[in-house]
Design a protein around this ligand. Structure first.
Ligand code: KPL
Length: 302
């Protein structure tokens, strides 16, 4: 961010045009923001159905990721395992004043990005926004889930005041956290339960209310709560289970992202979800057999 005009009216670059990236682009267009999607190849128009059921035909503004137009704020709504590769590809176009927004399930990328881009202002975010892309040209807004955001490093007040309303308008309803790690851990617990179980048993999220899954849900939450406690985030197993149950009922009709990844033979985010819990637990010498089992079973399916 070099001067005030860039702060008040930043140029946004959104990596890819997946479900969440596509929705962010749509919101940018509605709000009149200057944006581009960074994509690998040319794209045809998208048919979008918004939350009220209204249809829109969109021709997203795109640039090839190999040749992006100038930007101030780079949003990465990509899988956790794609973050580093994308940043490497864009490295020569990223300057220290550029803002980077990480937006994905799981944990572990913040450390990697800070190492690669130590001077860039960084925001970590996680969303339960409901979006579904059944094919490359169709995008459906299925729910307005909460988005949690927080700054990873200290930035100037003027930058914060300019950027926070923009991101809040793109991903409503949103909540800004003083310490985003707690929100990321809570979402990690949700994903550590719902994602592997729905993928392993080939079920919708809502089927996890069945009695036969309850013991595993409790054990996974208990292990995550222990690891969180040892890293300074004290949240009870009961609170994590309540939270998981709320998300199961709010997304009962959805297939989780890991269910979809396994079904379509794509890599999953397991290394950044149960794999992250397991790796942290090893360092802290805590036993997490249920998370370990989820990790192993998904690895077998991948
Ligand atoms: O984040 C999700 C995902 O599928 O990755 C949940 C919240 C579990 C919704 O399906």
């Amino acid at each position: 961010m070099q001067n005030n005009s860039q702060v008040t009216c930043p140029k946004l670059a959104i990596v890819g045009s997946g479900a969440i990236g596509g929705l962010i682009g749509f919101k940018c267009r509605q709000l009149g923001y200057d944006y581009q999607h960074l994509v690998k190849s040319q794209q045809s128009p998208i048919h979008l159905t918004d939350i009220s059921g209204e249809s829109h035909s969109l021709t997203p503004k795109i640039s090839l990721i190999s040749k992006p137009q100038p930007f101030d704020l780079l949003i990465l709504p990509v899988k956790a395992y794609q973050v580093l590769a994308v940043l490497k590809q864009l490295h020569s176009y990223i300057h220290p004043q550029h803002l980077i927004v990480l937006l994905h399930n799981g944990m572990g990328t913040i450390e990697q990005v800070k190492e690669m881009l130590p001077n860039n202002p960084l925001i970590a975010a996680t969303t339960s926004y409901g979006a579904f892309k059944p094919d490359t040209n169709t995008l459906i807004e299925t729910g307005l889930g909460q988005t949690h955001l927080g700054w990873i490093n200290d930035v100037d007040e003027t930058v914060r005041h300019a950027i926070e309303p923009i991101l809040s308008a793109l991903l409503p309803p949103s909540h800004w956290h003083q310490d985003i790690s707690l929100a990321l851990w809570k979402k990690l617990a949700v994903n550590a339960v719902i994602n592997p179980l729905t993928a392993i048993y080939n079920i919708k999220n809502g089927e996890l209310t069945n009695a036969k899954y309850q013991e595993t849900i409790h054990k996974i939450c208990d292990e995550v709560s222990s690891v969180m406690g040892a890293t300074g985030y004290s949240v009870s197993k009961a609170e994590l289970v309540t939270n998981v149950r709320q998300v199961i009922s709010a997304t009962a009709n959805n297939y989780s992202s890991m269910h979809q990844d396994i079904k379509h033979n794509r890599p999953s985010e397991i290394d950044f979800i149960n794999g992250y819990v397991t790796a942290k637990a090893t360092t802290l010498q805590i036993e997490v057999p249920y998370n370990q089992r989820m990790l192993e079973q998904i690895k077998l399916l991948e």
